[in-house]
Design a protein around this ligand. Structure first.
Ligand code: BGC
Length: 461
């Protein structure tokens, strides 16, 4: 008996040591790093980004429906019962906004097309909405900016929702049809295309935490939706590439990588939970794109296997969004499976995660296994006091620059976001903008902290 106990203890210690050395938590000594030494290639794409629902508002989509609902406790879905409403009125104010973007010194503007506006019912496209985006794209180009178009950024029309959205694989072809129509309209003008923004966020927030529409809590369904979203990317990529301009433009997926580390490095359960969350959120998608095999095997929660060899080489670039780092701690006798923990010296953003610039370096290194150019399609901080933005920008850009120096193929960086906007479940409470927005007057003002970005862009161009 004693021998068995001894062997179990030895195996436990051995496993912890292997994990500890195989997966070190990267940590740099920022006091001794000169964040002034930055190097970016000459042709580097500098940009800023928005998404239609967050800046335009006034759409009849899954989000506007969700914003009017309450959860199972009777609480509003959105913090303080806020609604997107007119948002930043970017729909009408885009000409002035494009000038503000130009003033930042960037070369690219990433925005999304609101599917519900251009295809309000399954069998009709709205010509006014299509013309509107033509005019906006023309204005971007006329101001010497390069448009980067996202086809799906969290929202879809209600008719698509009523059909079961991405819960059902048979609906993927409806998304592909929308993509083809948009591509035929704008591919002569738009050289960079993003298919789906953050499939793992749509699936985990919409179907696991319930913070996004449709507000469900079903891990297995969440895994199915993730698989279907990745398939939607692959199938739309295949179809768009066959159309006119398909071989000329770049088409890629946008995926955010979250870093999950164990809170207690001696605790095997913390390792297991962070490994499982990492598999669900990060590894399953990247592995699908590199091998064509999609797998989530988390006993008791989600179990799914899928294969499509077309997924290999289905992205011309990897759109990397990077925001968060979380330490996970297993909670044994609690309703929640785990909690997120912070260390005393962690600098928090206004969102529930820390400033961890090493994380973007780790993410770049990880996704480089796909061997395609990496474009940072989003990175930014919610900071209503504007007292951490400068530090954030300098440190994250230091990390990106270091990754480039170390040989990783990073071709661009887009700051999230151009201006404050409707931050999904947090409503207007989160201030991500380089420009602040007064939502009563719609006045935009460059934040002091944003100058760090403007300066770096101007010096590096
Ligand atoms: C999304 C944005 C969002 C940002 C900040 C990303 O996950 O693509 O729409 O505003 O994170 O939370």
């Amino acid at each position: 008996m004693l021998l068995y106990v001894f062997i179990i203890i030895l195996v436990y210690i051995f496993s912890i040591l292997v994990l500890h050395f195989k997966y070190p938590e990267m940590s740099w000594d920022w006091d001794n790093i000169s964040i002034k030494e930055l190097t970016f290639p000459k042709e580097f794409k500098w940009g800023t980004a928005t998404a239609s629902h967050q800046v335009e508002g006034n759409s009849i989509n899954n989000w506007s429906k969700f914003e009017r609902e309450v959860n199972s406790n009777g609480d509003p879905r959105i913090s303080g019962n806020q609604r997107s409403g007119d948002a930043c009125d970017h729909w009408n104010r885009y000409p002035e906004d494009i000038l503000l973007i130009k003033n930042l010194g960037v070369s690219h503007y990433r925005f999304s097309i609101e599917w519900s506006k251009v295809q309000p019912s399954q069998d009709s496209f709205n010509s006014d909405a299509l013309s509107h985006y033509h005019a906006m794209i023309d204005a971007i180009i006329d101001n010497d900016l390069i448009p980067v178009l996202t086809l799906h950024h969290f929202t879809h029309p209600l008719w698509f929702d009523d059909l079961g959205a991405f819960e059902k694989s048979e609906n993927i072809k409806l998304f592909v049809k929308f993509c083809e129509r948009i591509f035929k309209e704008y591919s002569g003008k738009v050289p960079i295309w993003c298919t789906i923004n953050e499939p793992a966020v749509v699936s985990t927030q919409g179907y696991f935490s319930g913070m996004f529409p449709p507000g469900k809590k079903d891990a297995q369904l969440s895994a199915i939706v993730l698989k279907n979203l990745l398939e939607a990317h692959v199938q739309s990529y295949q179809h768009l590439k066959k159309l006119e301009n398909g071989d000329r433009v770049k088409i890629g997926i946008v995926k955010n990588i979250n870093q999950f580390d164990p809170w207690r490095r001696w605790n095997l359960l913390d390792w297991i939970i962070s490994g499982a969350v990492n598999q669900f959120f990060n590894i399953s998608s990247v592995q699908f794109l590199s091998t064509g095999k999609f797998k989530i095997h988390i006993p008791g929660l989600a179990w799914i296997k899928h294969e499509n060899k077309d997924a290999i080489n289905s992205t011309d670039f990897f759109g990397l969004n990077y925001y968060s780092h979380n330490h996970l701690k297993v909670k044994l006798f609690s309703k929640e499976l785990f909690s997120m923990e912070y260390k005393n010296n962690d600098i928090l953003t206004d969102m529930p995660y820390t400033i961890y610039p090493e994380g973007i370096y780790r993410a770049i290194k990880y996704v480089s296994i796909l061997n395609v150019p990496i474009m940072i399609t989003e990175n930014g901080i919610a900071d209503h006091l504007d007292d951490r933005r400068e530090l954030y920008i300098k440190r994250y850009l230091y990390s990106v620059s270091k990754a480039i120096k170390d040989g990783y193929n990073v071709v661009g960086y887009f700051y999230w976001s151009f201006m404050d906007n409707f931050e999904w479940a947090f409503g207007y409470d989160m201030k991500f903008g380089l420009y602040s927005v007064d939502f009563k007057t719609q006045k935009r003002e460059l934040r002091k902290g944003a100058n760090a970005f403007v300066d770096i862009v101007k010096n590096e161009k």
